[in-house]
Design a protein around this ligand. Structure first.
Ligand code: PLP
Length: 365
């Protein structure tokens, strides 16, 4: 009735492309269930495409990957207050460290194997990361813990706001200052990483030793004015359903809650069994469009929890016909960005929120 196909061949090819473009290591970001594509399959595909490391937000996500048999290095950078890292360290999960307390907790969690950490510095985003005033104390303690074998500092990193090139360059300058301060305390981490997809592509000076690639590995563009095809990327997710009901109605028929749409002439309404519970944004009511049998039809009226209606006019649409909401525009399918624009959001949010009721089917092309 509904499915999202995930093209793991596209994910591997996108990673390989970004690897070649940037010329540095790729940390594949598979948080939030691989941006809705499935964390494990996305991780496997990214590693096949040449990624050397995986990135997730929290330790729970990292442990799930490890337990699923992923042996590659995995880093996690967003932690609960007072979080203990014993299990993470025992399973070789690398920790992003944003505070002195987290540094001490990571060192304390080391048993037979020392914790491996990436020190995160604040360069302007205003989220986590060590502010400049904290950096000296944390760098000095990290260097001391490393000397006595309690900790290994493998990375130093930050994250950009993508506000403007000038803002990202200012953050880059702050990152350089942090690198100098870290070196002065005796730290020489092998992996300096700052860029996510946007800067990895647009700001070569931000590439350093590794780039953390999320949205682009799923084949979607981080830019408002450049498409996937412009970047040589292939969208990996295609969202489809089968028409669940078809009804011939007269002019003046109200459609869906609130009758936001009324038919202007006799027409055919087709029911699509996907709704906001599945991540199809209610905000795209009246704006999104789907493809049925080679033609594109707009959503008629409000998107409901489980379903929405399209007005297909006099076209011969039948129950069971495939309906595509989005996929690869190079294959003639609507772009996910059309849904994002209609809903006033970004491609990241659309794919990440496709819900658990939509089965994922893995393909490789
Ligand atoms: C710290 C960090 N690095 C990298 C990424 C990947 O970003 P993108 O999907 O824009 O490549 C994210 C995602 O939000 C992130 O939080």
């Amino acid at each position: 009735m509904r499915e999202a196909t995930i093209d793991v061949g596209a994910i591997a090819a996108n990673v390989a492309r970004l690897r070649r473009l940037t010329g540095v290591e790729v940390i594949a970001v598979v948080k939030a269930d691989g941006y809705g594509h499935g964390a494990v399959r996305s991780a496997v595909a990214a590693l096949e495409g040449g990624a050397t490391r995986l990135g997730v937000a929290d330790v729970g996500e990292a442990l799930a990957l490890r337990r699923a048999g992923i042996e590659a290095p995995i880093m996690a950078w967003l932690h609960a207050p007072g979080e203990k890292f014993e299990e993470a360290v025992a399973l070789g999960i690398e920790l992003g460290i944003s505070s002195y307390d987290q540094l001490l907790a990571a060192a304390a969690a080391g048993g037979e194997r020392a914790a491996v950490v990436h020190l995160k510095v604040e360069t302007g985003l205003g989220r986590n990361g060590l502010p400049p005033a904290e950096q000296h104390r944390v760098f000095a303690e990290a260097a001391r813990l490393e000397r006595i074998g309690r900790l290994r500092v493998v990375g130093i990193f930050s994250h950009l706001s993508n506000t403007s090139e000038a803002d990202d360059r200012a953050a880059l300058a702050r990152f350089h200052e942090a690198l100098v301060a870290a070196a002065a305390r005796g730290l020489a981490p092998r992996l300096r990483h700052l860029a996510a997809s946007h800067a990895a592509i647009a700001l070569p000076e931000a590439r350093f030793d590794a780039v953390r690639i999320g949205i682009a590995m799923y084949g979607l563009s981080p830019f408002a004015d450049r498409t996937s095809a412009d970047l040589g990327l292939r969208p990996a997710m295609t969202l489809r359903a089968a028409v669940a009901a078809v009804r011939r109605v007269p002019a003046g028929q109200g459609v869906s809650y609130g009758y936001q749409h009324r038919t202007s002439a006799e027409t055919t309404l087709a029911l699509v069994p996907l709704g906001y519970a599945d991540g199809v944004p209610r905000g795209a009511s009246g704006g999104g469009a789907v493809r049925i049998g080679g033609l594109v039809f707009p959503v008629a009226g409000r998107i409901a929890m489980d379903q929405f209606v399209v007005d297909v006019g006099d076209h011969p649409v039948a129950v069971g016909d495939p309906v595509t909401l989005f996929g690869d525009p190079e294959r003639g399918l609507p772009a996910v960005e059309e849904w994002a624009d209609s809903a006033g959001t970004i491609n990241y949010e659309i794919v990440t929120r496709i819900g658990p009721r939509v089965p994922r089917r893995q393909v490789s092309t």
